[in-house]
Design a protein around this ligand. Structure first.
Ligand code: ADP
Ligand code: MG
Length: 707
């Protein structure tokens, strides 16, 4: 019989968390470290030495031989370099296990191979990693499953201090919103809170496919998505997978994922089947945003690793399959004080909660002012297939508030004050044995990019493979700006109550256009949004310029989150990433079409022609019109395929010889992508004709329904 898992016992067992620190560190050292963590004070070298020593002892007991500064460069993935704990051999040839405070706090890394967008030339290769002590260190098994490594979450900067990663600006944005929110709540008489932190809960969607089949799909192997593939007879139209019973193979996988994550201190909580066949979701309990960002990276890595052990493959791409839903990541965002108050909680009677109403009005203003930037934060090559299609939120940013808050806002706007809140109703089931529930005050609207869901905002645009850092940085900073502007105004008012009242009304009226509760997927909304003057940015390449507008630069520089140079470098990196990804996709298509599909179709056509001849030879009055028709049809499609292929080869060559940057990215988007589509269209039609045994790769049906 298998052992029964006790979650409470294993939770966090591989994390150097508060209880381990308390147990292992001398009291004074523990206190100093806590102060550093809580107040952001610098850590004394002598203290760091003691912490490093204890961390090393703990790690060695758990089987670790190496440590690694773990960071998030702008590749979307995490990076690590392992260093053994050993010292230089002594004269007797023996080594000691060593780990200094200096090695804990600061690492040096050859940064030249990570994207820097022109911030750093290759000859200035020095990059530094700096310990983010607010996100705990942890131990993970290495790829062999036998060794273990101590991971230290770090931020990654260039020699001159520019951010080369996701974490540095995230930490900066946390400082900005902390400062401005404290200012705001002080005005409302809060004297106790010392710190305000954004909390994030990142829901993660993913697909699981059988590994053997995956390996036969070179498009999945090279690009993470299918570049060809006719629709199977069944898709997701019956909605029978969504929230359906989880099958054994998947359940075993999820069990292992949970166990691994719990050991790493990631509070994996919810799991269910998603809308598309073979699609699933995992959500952890929310955490402080930098920890949540790290944890989401661990979730993605763990899904991949555990899938491998189960002979499955986890697809994190935003759109692995055309024709069924893609995958996203919901960023649930709220603001929490260190005395435990969620500032986005409206309470039972929001109309009386003036502080909440001001915060809400500020969020609306922030989102309306910087809608383009928020949209950009979710821009990702794979996400172009989702946003604006009929599944994910549309590419137009809007906010869903729900009936209760919308009502309060409209009272405020029309009469200048809100006097009542729509009550939560009882949900009557009509069955005596079922209890009646109090309904939530807000229903859900799955089509809104940003939805208020009770006590948090849920930003639904992020791509499944993307880090949640970018959107969190934007949310933190744009809200910090509106708080700062509100405080500037309120601190100068003699009558605070009047001032708040006026400001809520002003912000709510000026930015009401961003609030929308209808169907965000509808064509009418596109027109209505245009009438309201809301931006509709369909693609990544169109979104990137909003990273470097004067408005954006001013915003980020005001709060010390990004410099202009850092933003420009990020825009460069994004153009390059777009070009590189499409280049890989198009070259993969060229490879697969030339070496696998065209030969298979020729084989099919030849065998068809041969069999027509044979039939005719056997009996020349037999009707071979069906065979002849198929021969004609497949030959025509083969010609279309070849034509599109040749065109794609030429365009891809032309594109890849262009100078890197905006123009190149635009060329890929406008010239290369449509021809990729044309090639796919012809090939997918052929897949519907050619014998299954002759088709060179597993079909959508094989991949999606035979996991
Ligand atoms: P919903 O049903 O609205 O999606 P859930 O309770 O399932 O909400 O939560 C979805 C995600 O939001 C989870 O990761 C959860 O931990 C997170 N979450 C819940 N409350 C908050 C909050 N106050 N701040 C940030 N995230 C939160
Ligand atoms: Mg949700």
């Amino acid at each position: 019989m298998s052992e029964i898992m006790n979650v409470a016992n294993i939770f966090g067992e591989n994390v150097f968390n508060d209880s381990v620190m308390q147990e292992r560190l001398p009291k004074k050292v523990y206190k100093e470290l806590k102060r550093t963590i809580q107040e952001g004070k610098e850590l004394e070298p002598s203290i760091a030495d003691v912490v490093a020593h204890e961390m090393k002892e703990w790690a060695i007991e758990k089987g670790a031989t190496h440590y690694s500064h773990w960071f998030q460069p702008l590749t979307g993935a995490t990076a690590e370099k392992h260093d053994a704990f050993i010292s230089a051999p002594k004269s007797d040839g023996k080594v000691l296990m060593e780990f200094s405070g200096k090695a804990l706090i600061k690492g040096e890394s050859d940064a030249s191979s990570f994207p820097s967008g022109g911030l750093r030339a290759t000859f200035e290769a020095r990059g530094y990693t700096a310990w983010d002590c607010t996100s705990p260190a942890f131990i993970k098994k290495d790829a062999t499953g036998e060794g273990a490594i101590l991971y230290i979450p770090t931020a990654f900067c260039s020699y001159t201090g520019e951010a080369l990663d996701q974490k540095t600006p995230l930490l900066r944005s946390m400082e900005a919103i902390n400062k401005q929110t404290l200012r705001l709540i002080r005005l409302f008489g809060n004297t106790t809170a010392q710190k305000v932190t954004p909390s994030v809960g990142a829901e993660q969607e993913y697909f699981l496919v059988d590994r053997e089949k995956y390996l036969k799909r070179k498009d999945l192997v090279f690009t993470g998505r299918t570049l060809f593939g006719a629709m199977p007879p069944k898709g997701q139209e019956l909605d029978d997978h969504y929230f359906g019973a989880i099958r054994e193979r998947i359940a075993l996988f999820m069990k292992d994922v949970n166990e691994e994550l719990w050991k790493l201190g990631v509070s994996a909580k919810t799991q269910h089947n998603e809308a598309a066949p073979a699609q699933h979701e995992l959500a952890p309990i929310y955490a402080q945003c930098n920890v949540a960002v790290d944890h989401n990276q661990l979730v993605m890595e763990t899904l991949k690793q555990v899938a491998y052990r189960h002979n499955l493959h986890c697809l994190l791409h935003e759109k692995p399959f055309a024709g069924v839903n893609g995958s996203g990541k919901h960023n649930n965002w709220s603001l929490t004080t260190d005395d435990g108050v969620n500032l986005l909680d409206p309470g039972k009677t929001p109309h009386e909660n003036i502080q909440f109403l001001l915060i809400l009005a500020c969020v609306l203003r922030a989102v309306d002012r910087h809608a383009e930037l928020l949209r950009e934060s979710a821009a990702d090559v794979g996400n172009d297939h989702r946003l604006g299609a009929n599944e994910a939120p549309p590419a137009i940013i809007s906010v869903y508030l729900g009936a209760q808050l919308e009502d309060v806002l409209s009272q405020l706007i029309s009469t200048g004050s809100a006097t009542h809140s729509i009550k939560r109703e009882r949900l009557e089931t009509g069955v005596n044995t079922l209890p009646d529930f109090a309904k939530d005050a807000t229903d859900r609207n799955r089509t809104a990019p940003l939805a208020f869901t009770g006590n948090k905002f849920e930003f639904r645009m992020v791509g499944s493979r993307d880090s949640v850092a970018a959107s969190t940085i934007v949310l933190n900073t744009i809200v910090a700006e509106s708080f700062a502007d509100a405080c500037d105004y309120l601190e100068a008012q003699e009558d605070f109550s009047m001032g708040v009242h006026d400001l809520i009304k002003k912000y709510a009226s000026e930015h009401q256009r961003i609030v929308f509760s209808g169907n965000g997927y509808s064509k009418e909304w596109v027109k209505e949004a245009e009438r309201r003057g809301l931006p509709n940015i369909a693609t990544m390449v169109e979104a990137i310029p909003y990273l470097v507008t004067d408005k954006t630069v001013e915003l980020f520089e005001r709060f010390g989150v990004f410099t202009r140079a850092e933003l420009e470098s990020r825009a460069e990196i994004q153009y390059e990433t777009y070009a590189k990804v499409i280049n890989i996709e198009s070259r993969s298509m060229i490879d697969i079409a030339s070496k696998h599909i065209i030969p298979a179709v020729i084989k099919y056509i030849t065998s068809l022609a041969t069999s027509i001849n044979q039939v005719k030879e056997a009996c020349d009055v037999v009707d071979v019109s069906v065979q002849t028709e198929l021969l004609q049809e497949s030959s025509n499609l083969l010609a279309d395929t070849r034509k599109a292929l040749k065109e794609l080869i030429e365009l891809t060559e032309q594109a890849s010889s262009m100078k890197r940057g905006k123009e190149q990215a635009e060329f890929y988007q406008k010239e290369v992508v449509p021809v990729m589509q044309a090639l796919r269209t012809a090939v997918d039609k052929l897949e519907m004709i050619v014998n299954k045994e002759m088709w060179p790769m597993p079909s959508y049906g094989d991949l999606l329904f035979e996991v």
